[in-house]
Design a protein around this ligand. Structure first.
Ligand code: SAH
Length: 214
């Protein structure tokens, strides 16, 4: 899978290739789901695990903000796949934090991570997954060098902007049916620069009730 993504020019970074090789996507999908084809897959609860090329794209956009020792927040952490990749990149002296509002997915992701190469970091506390409304971020470990939002918001939640470190970067899909993957940089003077990377289709960043009713 990683070799194919490299062949098609999606993965250009050797660090990202190495990380996605270490964190086996096969450990993060429900039984019966094909892990290694380049497509999003249902994980129940009206949620999906993103396609491998989207995971790769987000990791590359955030690579400079996932250096050893840095802090990363994964909002809508779902299967825990990207949270585990973040933990591998920031290492045991950094911090990778997942926030997910479906309690069953929080338990699922913790089980998945325990089987993966990121398991030691779950033990030492440099990786953690929490149940909560990710629109509020996770203030306990703020500020973050990197914030990834894995569900599409109608607009960028202010608490996430507040919890982004000066000099940090957030990747967030914004929109309803048609969504843009936005790259949000917090400049040294505290101002925000936003650009559009590509068009995407993510599940909505919403309330638990609205998600389960869909
Ligand atoms: N990056 C994850 C994507 C999962 S899909 C992966 O690849 O596995 C998006 C996730 O966002 C779902 O698990 C959904 O339950 C969660 N979600 C949606 N709205 C949320 C909210 N307000 N707070 C926390 N999680 C949310």
């Amino acid at each position: 899978m990683v070799e194919n993504l490299q062949r098609y020019g999606i993965i250009k970074s050797s660090k990202v290739a190495e990380t996605m090789e270490k964190i086996d996507r096969g450990l993060f999908v429900p039984n019966g789901v094909q892990p290694y084809i380049d497509s999003p897959m249902s994980i129940g609860y009206n949620a999906t695990i993103s396609a491998p090329h989207m995971h790769a794209t987000c990791l590359q956009l955030l690579e400079n903000y996932l250096q050893p020792g840095m802090h990363a927040l994964d909002v809508g952490s779902g299967t825990g796949y990207l949270t585990a990749c973040f933990a591998m990149m920031v290492g045991p002296n950094g911090r990778a934090v997942g926030v997910e509002h479906i309690p069953e997915l929080v338990s699922f992701s913790i089980n998945n991570i325990e089987k993966s190469a990121a398991a030691p970091q779950l033990k030492d506390g440099s990786l953690s997954v929490h149940e909560g409304d990710g629109r509020q971020g996770w203030p306990e470990f703020a500020t973050y060098d990197a914030i990834h939002v894995g569900a599409a918001a109608p607009e960028i939640p202010q608490p996430l902007i507040d919890q982004l470190k000066t000099g940090g970067r957030m990747i967030i899909p914004v929109g309803n049916v048609f969504q843009d993957l936005k790259v949000v940089d917090k400049n040294s003077d505290g101002s925000i620069s936003i650009r559009t990377e590509t068009s995407v289709r993510y599940v909505p960043l919403t309330s638990k009730e609205a998600q389960l009713k869909e």
